[in-house]
Design a protein around this ligand. Structure first.
Ligand SMILES: [Zn+2]
Length: 141
């Protein structure tokens, strides 16, 4: 997820997540999304090209709770990037305000089913020049 944000040069900040929950308590790490000031549409990842719904460029960063529901998941058996050893699991999660996020999942495929409660977790970044941490989803504990 971090790759995408760095390529987009959002102007809304490069970080996609924070180490703590949106309220700063023990909630799962919050994600940074974008919120349109004209129509209120909320999305992830943040970008400043314009609102997908109304086209406005008046977009602010907003925090998204790191909890959601699994929509679908798939096992990736081959990947072109050697820094991403396969197999791994990708999924689509619906967060608050109906924001859909795609991300990597840390779980066995048997633990996943559509509708499963999911939450974010911080992991150590293994790719060079990408900072020290990255984010994954897992079934909520
Ligand atoms: Zn809008």
């Amino acid at each position: 997820m971090r790759d995408t944000a760095k390529m987009m040069q959002t102007g809304l900040g490069d970080e996609l997540f924070q180490p703590t929950g949106a309220s700063g308590d023990s909630a799962p790490p919050a994600l940074y999304g974008g919120r349109c000031n004209s129509c209120g549409y909320v999305f992830f990842p943040p970008q400043s090209y314009g609102c997908e719904r109304c086209g406005s460029t008046k977009i602010d960063r907003t925090e998204l709770d790191g909890r959601g529901t699994l929509i679908a998941s798939a096992v990736v058996h081959r990947h072109l990037d050697p820094a991403r050893p396969a197999p791994f699991i990708v999924g689509s999660m619906e967060l608050e305000r109906r924001v859909v996020v795609r991300g990597l999942i840390e779980a066995g495929q048997d633990a996943l089913a559509p509708g499963c409660p999911m939450e974010t977790m911080i992991v150590a970044e293994t790719r060079p020049d990408r900072g020290s941490t990255d984010i994954r989803f897992r079934p909520a504990v």
